[in-house]
Design a protein around this ligand. Structure first.
Ligand code: APR
Length: 168
């Protein structure tokens, strides 16, 4: 069973085997955490992403981490759901992101992984609910990964990932 830790910080500074980016289907990069990771990894990340795109919402695909410094070896690109009010399967798609990232991590022999709060920025998923889905899904998914770090970029997200109440 993996140990799950919640931290506040910049995911590009994480010292883990793999970091997860909240991507879009093109895997060519974007704003938010995806932009930060692509800037840190360099232009080869978008080239590698584009070569294996598209990535469906809820799915996850891995590339090398390029200019990100060790121990990071892999970037796992996952595409969260765009929030449309909650009645269009958004929760299931978000849970699938976390599950698929762990499956891809297991295929790569990853021991430690860092996740951002997928879909809670530009895609608009309410943070308290997204955080609960992350915690519940990661705790319930069998994996060989030993350490999971949930990286919050702000206090609200940190509190939510740490077990705050949900909005519903
Ligand atoms: N480290 C950790 N978390 C970060 C960082 C960072 N350096 N930068 C932003 N975040 C956080 C945001 O504060 C938010 O909590 O990542 C979370 C996810 O927000 P977004 O990056 O906007 O991702 P998402 O909501 O899934 O939207 C994805 O945005 O960047 C584009 O290409 C991406 O089209 C896709 C969409």
């Amino acid at each position: 069973m993996a140990v799950i830790k919640v931290v506040l910080g910049d995911i590009t500074q994480e010292r883990v085997d793999a970091i997860v980016t909240a991507a879009n289907e093109s895997l060519l990069g974007g704003g938010g955490v995806d932009g930060a990771i692509h800037r840190a990894a360099g232009p080869r990340l978008a080239q590698a992403g584009g070569a294996i795109a598209p990535c469906d919402p809820g799915d996850a695909k891995a590339t090398p981490a390029f200019n990100l410094t060790p121990p990071v070896k892999h970037v796992i690109h996952t595409v969260g759901p765009v929030w449309e009010g909650g009645s269009y399967g958004e929760a299931d798609l978000l849970a699938s992101c976390y599950r698929r990232c762990l499956e891809v991590a297991d295929d790569l022999g990853v021991h430690s992984i860092a996740f951002p709060a997928i879909a809670t920025g530009i895609y608009g998923f309410p943070t308290p609910d997204a955080a609960r889905i992350a915690r519940v899904t990661l705790a319930a998914t069998p994996t060989k990964v030993e350490l999971i770090r949930l990286v919050a970029f702000d206090e609200e997200t940190y509190e939510a990932l740490s077990g705050g109440s949900t909005s519903s």
